[in-house]
Design a protein around this ligand. Structure first.
Ligand SMILES: *Cc1c(COP(=O)(O)O)cnc(C)c1O
Length: 372
């Protein structure tokens, strides 16, 4: 019997399950050498420019950070070309997702997204007592924007849908929706005044598909569009927690009212500035990812394992076996990949791109475990 009575949306909440930590795996499986390709982290490690910026800023740690994130917004404007007045910073993009739901949805209202979309939207919605409407994916694991548009037009709950989340590219599938699909969806969304359409572009930097278009260049033109970006992936700052929101001035003002004034610590601010200026790190990070993905595709093809072509820094593939058993055998070999059972996929594994040596270890272990 629970000692406290809380809302059912809280007590039934399935918490976010992160990739298995290296230390825990070492302990449980008694292996020394661990290869973690489970959390889409940047395998290149921390850039030297970032390390130096952090060292230089240490003596100021006794002071509160700049609540306006002035230098960081300036660097973002230079790096991405979006006006700084149309951006604000979150403690990771996760905080931004949380804030947008709390700001735009009353308890009992809805967000709209897809099955197998990044799970943070659902977790944050439940925490805010907000409902989630999800449309099925297409047969090739893509978000079905036509079905999502149908919901906006025809679902009996349509007027209570306040925010749409479109992760583009999506995690864990690595799939994307193209410019034409997005335009057609936005045409329908435009009929619904007061609706916010959020594009989560955490993997923006890795996209190679020629018919992809970032929604960020429409911020400032279409007030319904909000774009969430992160420095956790291509910029290699997952541990420091820096996410960015680009949106209409009114949306930015609302988020700035609600967010904690010191949500971005001072080391994260200076590190993010250094990371945005380190163009060489970003370029190498993209090249390493593309090389690793092409290697994975080639190996998975030769093993006869179906995979979803990815626009991220990871690939989702079908082991065609019980993934709990496969994963257990991989862990015994010190290889941490990511089962995605919480997305309803019972035979798939998600594998992040690592350094080439790590990629080869993972493929080697897979071959041994699967007997291929
Ligand atoms: C990794 C990821 C993020 C980034 O989250 P942070 O909180 O910024 O670290 C956001 N969205 C998606 C879809 C992701 O996969």
């Amino acid at each position: 019997m629970a000692k406290f009575q809380v809302s059912k949306s809280i007590s039934s909440l399935v918490p976010y399950k992160p990739g298995k930590p290296i230390s825990e795996t070492k302990r449980e499986y008694q292996v020394d050498e661990i290869y973690k390709l489970a959390s889409n982290e940047n395998p290149m490690g921390v850039s030297n420019a970032v390390k130096q910026a952090i060292i230089n800023a240490i003596d100021d740690l006794y002071r509160y950070p700049d609540p306006a994130n002035f230098d960081l917004l300036q660097s973002l404007e230079s790096a991405w070309g979006t006006a700084k007045a149309l951006m604000t910073i979150g403690n990771g993009s996760n905080e931004i997702i949380d804030l947008l739901i709390r700001i735009f949805c009353e308890p009992g209202e809805f967000i709209l997204t897809s099955e197998a979309a990044f799970v943070a939207y659902e977790v944050c919605a439940q925490g805010a007592r907000v409902g989630v409407i999800k449309t099925p994916m297409t047969d090739d694991f893509k978000m079905d924007l036509k079905k999502m548009a149908d919901i906006l037009k025809n679902d009996p709950r349509k007027d209570q849908i306040k925010v749409v989340f479109i992760p583009n590219p999506n995690n864990p599938t690595g799939s994307y929706v193209n410019q034409k699909e997005v335009e057609e969806f936005l045409f329908v969304a435009a009929e619904r005044s007061g609706l916010l359409v959020v594009f989560d572009e955490a993997y923006n930097e890795y996209v190679r598909a020629s018919d992809y278009s970032s929604a960020q260049n429409q911020v400032g033109k279409n007030h319904q569009i909000a774009v969430v970006r992160t420095l956790s992936k291509a910029y290699g700052l997952a541990g420091l927690r820096v996410g960015v929101l680009a949106a209409d001035q009114e949306v930015i003002d609302l988020v700035n009212r609600v967010r904690n004034p010191f949500n971005i610590n001072s080391l994260a601010q200076v590190a993010a500035v250094a990371a945005l200026q380190d163009k060489d790190y970003l370029k190498r990070s993209q090249e390493l990812t593309w090389q690793g993905l092409d290697y994975f595709y080639q190996e998975l093809t030769s093993m006869g394992l179906p995979y979803i072509p990815s626009q991220g820094n990871f690939v989702l593939f079908d082991t065609r076996r019980n993934v709990v058993e496969v994963n257990e055998s991989l862990l015994k070999k010190g290889i941490i990949l990511r089962p995605v059972l919480n997305y309803g996929l019972k035979t798939h594994l998600r594998m992040s791109v690592g350094l080439m040596t790590e990629n080869r270890k993972a493929i080697q272990a897979l071959k041994e475990v699967l007997g291929l």
